[in-house]
Design a protein around this ligand. Structure first.
Ligand code: C5P
Length: 203
């Protein structure tokens, strides 16, 4: 199957990563976490590189940096992500990935709306800010991060605010996206509903 693209969008910590990996493994599709692109650009800016230049010179190896998952990098990512030239520099890489023979899952904020508006399947994965913050808090504290619950919630809300209200490619569901609210769903149930939505479009 050539170029079967699954676009998975949604706010921070809604469960997109877990869902995307499970869906990609189930169907044998390649997976790209597009948040990593913005995080990698942000990590360079924290070292003093100018954001547009960082985006234009990004390489695949930059995505392997193990320090991209920190709260500081996440906040910085949502700041560089408002810059139109940064977004523009990352489009071709994402579209080439989406067009892979054998199918691809891309997760992010604007995959169904901007990067792959013709994706075969679009999912919008969401959950309440409190549920998302609690999940992220548990993830971070398991890694030894000292952030408090209150700080993690404030970070999630600040990122939501920036991601939803920016002029360029704001976070919103595509008009033809299937909504999956994971607030009260187990991982297994969320994965099952994503797989069902994809099976329905493949049929
Ligand atoms: O998904 P993740 O939390 O790693 O994304 C980090 C930040 O990168 C997001 O808060 C958002 O500002 C930005 N981003 C984006 N468009 C994408 C993926 C991520 O603007 N497709």
């Amino acid at each position: 199957m050539t170029g079967f693209t699954v676009a998975i969008d949604g706010p921070a910590a809604a469960g997109k990563g877990t869902l995307s990996k499970a869906v990609a493994a189930h169907f044998g599709f390649a997976h790209l976490d597009t948040g990593l692109l913005y995080r990698a650009v942000a990590a360079k800016t924290l070292l003093g590189v100018e954001p547009i230049e960082a985006a234009q010179r990004l390489t695949a190896q930059d995505l392997d940096d193990t320090d991209l998952r920190t709260p500081e990098v996440a906040q910085a990512a949502s700041k560089v992500a408002v810059i139109p030239e940064v977004r523009a520099a990352l489009v071709d890489f994402q579209r080439a990935f989406a067009a892979r023979a054998g199918g691809a899952v891309l997760d992010g904020r604007d995959i169904g709306t901007v990067i792959c508006p013709d994706a075969a399947v679009k999912l919008f994965v969401t959950a309440s800010a409190e549920v998302r913050a609690e999940r992220r808090y548990l993830e971070l504290s398991a890694k030894g991060d000292p952030s408090t619950r209150g700080q993690v919630l404030a970070d999630v809300q600040a990122r939501d605010e920036r991601d939803m209200n920016r002029a360029e490619a704001p976070l919103k569901p595509a008009s033809d996206a299937v909504l999956i609210d994971t607030s009260e769903l187990s991982i297994e149930a969320a994965v099952a509903s994503a797989i069902a939505a994809i099976e329905a479009r493949r049929a």
